[in-house]
Design a protein around this ligand. Structure first.
Ligand code: C2E
Ligand code: MG
Ligand code: MG
Ligand code: MG
Length: 294
């Protein structure tokens, strides 16, 4: 990277590089403190049936409120956590908090029997051979059945993953946990991994959803992705749905579930329960697709 900046820019580069390194170290120190002092939170965003707007589940998204700097987005601190070896601790904290919350919601009747929480996992977490055992212990402790848990991972996990990762994924799937490919369509070169790994669904990245209903090519790309996913028996969730036009286009294509600001952003647990209480009843995740295609 330094070379491509060219000669004569090196001093500017050194300065900004120095600032970046300092910023990173500061954030890393602060992040360790955040973990120790309980500054992290989990927010929940509904995953809804496009047809009805009723949630079938929610995605758990980590939030960090820095005491001086305010909210720091996960896109900023998750990569730092990964580099600093903190992602295991953060991931464990998020997962336990989310499963605990789901256990509470289930026992209070806030959500139905099949309502599931979808939790993001980093590649490093999936190379931990003990993960399936740990997750199964947590599900037992919080009274959450495996079909109410989904783990979201990017496709790089399957493209770069070791044999340990493969075993972890098969063991998680054997438990009954759903395995979703996050940001689907943004990084792959070959789709063979969809057959080689026990993936249960894909989340179509927001970048493909943006132009839906307005850009014919985007419609065709999503149509092809959905047809292939359904042919492989995979569930489909569309990410980043913001407009009624996008929702209509997705519904016409045969997508069943979506997520986005059209229904609501991620909010704290109490707000989620207040907003969606009694709405989140049991609904099948994939009804007869034939009926939708007509
Ligand atoms: P992601 O897993 O793809 O999550 C979806 C992101 O899109 C979230 O951003 C969400 O707030 C945002 N979003 C949802 N609906 C809309 C919409 O309609 N329009 C737009 N423009 N955005 C929407 P967020 O919460 O900032 O998270 C960013 C990323 O950070 C996540 O992307 C995920 O990769 C990562 N992340 C978040 N929480 C965790 C975690 O607990 N563990 C790990 N490993 N990664 C996490
Ligand atoms: Mg995600
Ligand atoms: Mg995503
Ligand atoms: Mg995304």
């Amino acid at each position: 990277r330094a070379k491509s900046e060219g000669p004569g820019r090196s001093s500017i580069f050194d300065t900004s590089m120095h600032d970046q390194v300092r910023e990173r170290i500061e954030l890393e120190v602060a992040l360790r403190q955040a973990l120790a002092e309980d500054q992290l939170r989990v927010h929940y965003q509904p995953l809804v049936r496009l047809e009805t707007g009723v949630p079938v589940g929610a995605e758990a998204l980590v939030r960090w409120e820095h005491p001086e700097r305010g909210a720091i987005p996960p896109m900023t601190f998750i990569p730092i956590a990964e580099d600093a070896g903190l992602i295991g601790s953060i991931g464990t904290w998020v997962r336990q908090e989310a499963l605990r919350q789901l256990g509470v919601w289930r026992s209070e009747g806030v959500v139905g029997e099949d309502f599931y929480l979808s939790i993001n996992v980093s590649p490093r977490q999936l190379s931990e051979p003990e993960l399936p055992l740990i997750v199964s212990g947590e599900m037992l402790r919080y009274g959450v059945p495996a079909h109410c848990v989904a783990l979201e991972m990017t496709e790089s996990v399957m493209v770069d993953g070791s044999s340990v990762t493969a075993r972890v994924l098969f063991e998680l799937r054997e438990l009954g946990v759903k395995l979703l490919i996050d940001d689907f369509g943004t990084g792959f070169s070959a789709l063979g991994y969809l057959r080689r790994f026990p993936v249960t669904g894909v989340k179509i990245d927001r970048s493909f959803v943006i132009g839906l209903g307005a850009n014919v090519e985007d419609d065709e790309i999503v149509r092809a992705v959905v047809a292939m996913s359904h042919a492989l028996g995979l569930s489909v969730i569309a990410e980043g749905v913001e407009t009624p036009l996008q929702r209509e286009a997705l519904y016409a294509i045969g997508v069943v579930n979506g997520q986005g600001w059209l229904w609501g952003a991620a909010v704290p647990a109490a707000e989620f329960a207040e907003r969606w209480h009694h709405a989140a009843v049991a609904t099948p995740e994939m009804p007869a697709m034939a009926a939708l295609y007509g």
